[in-house]
Design a protein around this ligand. Structure first.
Ligand code: MN
Length: 509
């Protein structure tokens, strides 16, 4: 029996889950050569919310981080998390932008691309996967795990088979909420192994205390790789700690070998970094929280919910809003809760409680109902859909969402040139997602004021003096797998004195 291998997540998901993605490249570099020499099968170092955090908070060029880490850890494949057609943002980008982004990454040294779609619509993975393959890199197609009446083992396995057919070289199971039970982990891995020849990686979070046990069950079922981190950037809302996982596997025929002294050295190093990032860590993220098992929503989402409801003066409505989440999920076709759908569902649940169920439907929830994010796993509630069609004047789309988008690299390149920015692909693809931040970084200006951590903020228009403002659709901005803040520019439609207006809103405070 082959030993299971471990990917290490401390340089990406570890600090994203436990320290608001604030680990800087300088804090990573001393640990990189040690991590590189340990025998991990991969180091997750890039993607997810790290690009955003580099540009918004750390005043770092994310591509420079990748190059520095590649130099400091050249032996172990480096992994990034890519949101398919959303790249590392919340909405779809045209194919040419996705392609340019992947190529720029591959050129900067990225080895493995973990590619997922929030709706598990494999059409949204095609462009990214094909580009990764064309660059001679490794495409790991991810299955987002969630619990719903339409998410059966069979449905997940069908998706795995589809990923293999697309050309993915391995399959990842992404349990972003940490809600997969050991029994399901065993059954899913077993059946995927039976139906697909590809290596399988399980990625989970220990939010509800299930992570390490699910890994053990998956290892018994033949999973090839599991993903662990290094405490204190481990456990809780992060991945199970490597030392802890090894202890669980002691005497197991598939237990891998790691140097305990080096693991201890890493632990001591990251203890220091964790203290340095104390402003961004929280006991709520470190503990096991079984709320998530009751509500089946990501842990970061619940803790952020408490903050946002307080901001909205709705603290007493927490239970009501949380109970509304499955109602919204069901109506929107049982979509998984992962960036950006977790933020969208959360916002709509808040709006349902605040204004009455489906009285106001936020723009991104309308877009999900209309198929603009892709095909939902289950049917959209026909009454909600009818209301969205009426409200938006648009029909449901059935084609791949990016087929509706015009190529954008040429106009983006021109915008960069007009602003005096470099026009190379690296700059342009970052500019496509973070225009202000990229301009500030390149020109050495202060990074635009960062908003506080907050993944779902319903924007509720106020009535101004003398004007009747009827919100047709409010929009919420979302952030990161767990607790990253918002601040994107968003669009909102308003009816002002019965005339429609589209306005752009950015949260600055
Ligand atoms: Mn994760």
């Amino acid at each position: 029996m082959q030993p299971v291998t471990f990917n290490n997540t401390v340089l990406r998901d570890g600090h994203q889950s436990l320290a608001a993605t604030r680990m800087s490249t300088a804090q990573m570099l001393p640990a990189a050569p040690i991590l590189d020499a340990m025998g991990f099968s991969g180091l997750e170092t890039w993607g997810g919310a790290t690009i955003d955090s580099c540009l918004r908070y750390l005043n770092e060029n994310p591509f420079d981080r990748l190059r520095a880490l590649k130099q400091a850890a050249p032996r172990t494949p480096q992994i990034m998390l890519l949101r398919g057609q959303n790249i590392v943002q919340y909405t779809s980008f045209p194919d040419d932008v996705v392609t340019a982004f992947v190529k720029a990454n591959a050129a900067a040294g990225q080895d493995v691309f973990r590619i997922f779609d929030a709706l598990n619509d494999v059409r949204n993975l095609t462009t990214a996967v094909n580009t990764v393959l064309a660059c001679g890199k490794h495409a790991r197609g991810e299955i987002c795990y969630t619990i719903s009446p339409v998410h059966t083992i069979e449905a997940f396995v069908e998706m795995g088979v589809a990923l293999e057919k697309m050309g993915c070289q391995s399959i990842g199971i992404k349990d972003m909420s940490g809600i997969m039970s050991p029994q399901v982990a065993f059954a899913l891995v077993k059946e995927l192994k039976r139906r697909s020849a590809l290596p399988i990686t399980l990625h989970t979070h220990d939010t509800a205390g299930l992570g390490a046990a699910s890994y053990l069950a998956a290892i018994d079922a033949g999973v090839d790789t599991v993903e662990t981190s290094i405490a204190p950037f481990a456990n809780g809302t992060g991945q199970p700690d490597t030392v802890r996982m090894l202890a669980l596997l002691k005497g197991h025929p598939r237990c891998p070998q790691f140097d305990p002294d080096k693991l201890q050295q890493l632990r001591e190093y990251f203890e220091d970094v964790y203290k340095q990032l104390g402003k961004f860590t929280s006991p709520a993220n470190e503990r096991v929280d079984s709320d998530i098992l009751i509500f089946q929503v990501p842990g970061g989402m619940l803790s952020n919910f408490r903050n946002q409801l307080a901001e909205q003066g709705m603290s007493d409505k927490f239970d009501e809003v949380v109970r509304e989440i499955p109602v919204v999920r069901e109506a929107l076709g049982w979509i998984p809760l992962v960036t950006p759908t977790s933020q969208i569902v959360g916002t709509q649940a808040m709006m349902n409680v605040k204004f009455g169920r489906w009285k106001m439907i936020c723009q991104p929830a309308q877009d999900i109902a209309l198929g603009k994010y892709g095909k939902a796993p289950g049917p959209i509630n026909p009454e909600v859909l009818a209301q969205v069609v009426k409200q938006s004047g648009q029909q449901m789309v059935t084609q791949r969402p990016a087929d509706l988008l015009a190529p954008a690299m040429a106009p983006l390149r021109k915008q960069c040139a007009d602003k005096g920015l470099p026009t190379d692909d690296e700059t342009v693809v970052l500019y496509a997602m973070y225009p202000q931040q990229v301009e500030a970084l390149v020109k050495g200006m202060d990074v635009p004021v960062a908003p506080p951590p907050s993944p779902t903020v319903p924007i509720v228009p106020r009535v101004l003096a003398g004007e009747i403002i009827t919100p047709v659709a409010g929009i919420a901005a979302g952030r990161g797998d767990s607790q990253l803040p918002i601040g994107r520019i968003n669009h909102m439609r308003l009816d002002i004195n019965n005339a429609p207006y589209e306005v752009t809103v950015e949260r600055l405070d």
